[in-house]
Design a protein around this ligand. Structure first.
Ligand SMILES: [Fe+2]
Length: 449
């Protein structure tokens, strides 16, 4: 069977482009959108000898940047992240900065915090990128980060704190928790006791607490010794748990709560509700239960609400929707707070042939959803919400998503008005290039510190 993650728009691009002219636009780009959409995704610089030697999660990271200014799309560029592994393959500049315990591919997310644009992957250190993306250096918060950092840190919209964890497969502690202030100072670090090394892709942060997910996708030393790109497998024997801890808490304060085995890559949002925590996740029944070189899971995820009670030590699970979706996003101004709207990418119904046929906007207050259909032969990326400066309501703003057209083999940037999400888009930027299916990205307004 062909590796699905090397076919169609999963296939890598081989060129680094630099477009500095006005790109063709259909419709009208809101002039308020002044900045860059940055996206990250795997783009192996060479095809593997054997299909099963490649996993979508392991390809070298490539950043795509689309610049918007004064109602125009003024540029597009794409660059591989200049990691040490890439330098060995493509003769790119070797990154300065601390050595990584494991050479991560820096392929999962790209965020901006305290003047640093950082490419992230959970198996390595952040790579701080130069403005033109041509250089990178590894970064460990001035020595505070002794192990990898998750690709899903959370920024507190009130304090500007960067709250995150990192998991380590090489030995205990298998989990570390960190808080970086808006100034960039790492002010809190705590090793957290886990009985085994698990894949922990994301976590939840509320105003007062964090929630770790100790779910049964286990690091597999045998697969690692065989040189498999992603040495993890499903093993429900050890059970599944959530760990609730205060935001500046210590290991001894973590309340661990057993739950039925499941797997979650992504948390949409979470918030405090009295002593309980409401946590909206994309829940799989299981994951990493397939052979190397095959799809990630035999089943598909669905939006599920967990009500986490650290006093009763109980998690109540309730499905919110049955549409398979991934890449959940929100208005980041509501991160960790009660919220009404969520956004996600719809997944095709066949887990063996991954596809992304549309977007959904959930109205969680009214229990309804609106879909954006990109059109026949077209597929979408993760939706990134950009709030309008004048907006009073949570959905006043735009959703930016990259759309791939299988007939032209090219990609567009689509800009949706989130208050009329079904479309048509207010603007479509024709990139004249293809952006392979990737993972996550950020809108960085011009002049952001
Ligand atoms: Fe992710």
């Amino acid at each position: 069977m062909l590796n699905p993650y090397l076919q169609g728009n999963f296939a890598p691009v081989w060129e680094e482009r630099t477009e500095t002219h006005d790109l063709e636009v259909t419709g009208a780009i809101p002039p308020e959108l002044d900045g860059r959409l940055l996206r990250n995704g795997p783009n192996p610089p060479k095809l593997p000898m054997n299909d099963e030697d490649y996993h979508w999660f392991s390809g070298a990271g490539m950043i795509h940047a689309i610049t918007l200014k004064a109602g125009r799309a003024t540029g597009y560029r794409n660059r591989w992240v200049r990691t040490r592994a890439l330098a060995a393959l493509l003769d790119t500049p070797v990154p300065k900065g601390p050595n990584e315990p494991i050479h991560g591919p820096a392929n999962t997310h790209v965020i901006h915090h305290n003047g640093h644009t950082m490419a992230l992957v959970e198996s390595g250190l952040p790579h701080v990128l130069s403005p033109e993306l041509d250089r990178a250096r590894t970064f460990d918060f001035d020595g505070g980060l002794g192990s990898p950092m998750t690709a899903h840190p959370k920024v507190d919209p009130a304090t500007g704190e960067l709250v995150f964890f990192g998991y380590d497969t090489l030995g205990p502690p298998f989990l570390r928790y960190h808080v970086v202030e808006a100034s960039g100072a790492l002010v809190h670090s705590e090793p957290v006791t886990l009985p085994r090394a698990v894949m922990m892709h994301d976590f939840a942060v509320t105003v007062s607490r964090v929630v770790f997910m100790d779910l049964p996708v286990i690091f597999d030393l045998n697969l690692a010794l065989q040189g498999r790109p992603l040495p993890f497998h499903w093993d429900a024997e050890g059970g599944a748990r959530l760990g609730v801890m205060p935001r500046r808490g210590r290991d001894a304060e973590v309340v661990w709560i057993d739950m039925d085995p499941n797997y979650v890559f992504h948390v949409m949002n979470a918030f405090d509700d009295g002593h309980q925590i409401v946590m909206d996740v994309l829940r799989y029944d299981r994951a990493f239960d397939t052979a190397p070189g095959e799809a990630i899971a035999t089943g598909l995820p669905a939006l599920t609400r967990w009500r986490v009670d650290p006093v009763a030590r109980r998690v109540l699970e309730a499905p919110l929707d049955d549409t398979p979706v991934e890449f959940p996003r929100i208005a980041d101004t509501h991160a960790g707070r009660p919220y009404r709207y969520g956004y996600a990418t719809i997944l095709g119904q066949n887990p063996e042939e991954p596809s992304f046929p549309g977007l959904v906007q959930y109205d969680l207050e009214r229990d309804r959803s609106v879909r954006f259909d990109p059109g026949e032969h077209r597929s979408v990326s993760e939706p990134v919400f950009v709030p309008s400066a004048e907006g009073r309501n949570e959905d006043e703003g735009w959703v930016l998503a990259v759309v791939y057209d299988a007939t032209t083999h090219l990609s567009d940037l689509v800009i949706l008005d989130a208050t009329s999400f079904a479309g048509p888009p207010v603007a479509t930027v024709h990139l004249g290039a293809r952006i392979p299916f990737g993972f996550h990205g950020s809108w960085v307004p011009r002049g952001t510190r």
